[in-house]
Write a protein that binds this ligand. Sequence first.
Ligand SMILES: [Zn+2]
Length: 213
Amino acid sequence: MGEAYEEKNTGNDKEEDMYPITIFNPKKVDKKEQKRLEKIFRKYDLEWDNIEFSGTVSEKNLKKIYAICDEEGLRLKIRNSLGHRRTDYRRRFFSENKGDIGGKYICAYCGKWLKKDKVVVDHLYPVKNASQSVEYQKKLRRHGIRNINDNKNLVASCDKCNRKKGTKGGLWILRGKIGRHRAVWFIRYFIRFLIILFGAYSLWYLYRVIAVF
Ligand SMILES: [Zn+2]
């Protein structure tokens, strides 16, 4: 089943040039204003469905539509496989990642051990950023991510790190990419263990030297 899912979302280049979008108006507007917006968006084959405008547009038109949304204070979302949060990504994460010792998970950002029910499944590259920017989506494709909900883009996180990270990128992404490998944390634990061992040995040695006098 997993394979069929991957296959469906690889897409082809032509599909990638077209963007399914929705536009949401956070303001309440009167009929006249609504008609005006409908007229603008009809030019781009975007239909009003009583909640939002939706349709599929080319990249060229998307740039124009972005400018309109900025001006009108509307919210645009790209609803393709890179911009849309699937409802089952948490279940998929756990079916592909069985956890470590005792079924526990490690927060990819701080190394904290977590029980399964305490794990926040985090999108390494945030969905929000990918749903709002074509450039961001292109960056993700360059990184080999074709679906924002792919296992590649999901990491275990504690609640605290997840909230601190929010939609930030940069160093958080790097931390997550390194920290998702449990070996990194085991090496850190081992180094910490060696430091403690060395400290204990030093104290013991010092004690013996002092005890002689
Ligand atoms: Zn954490």
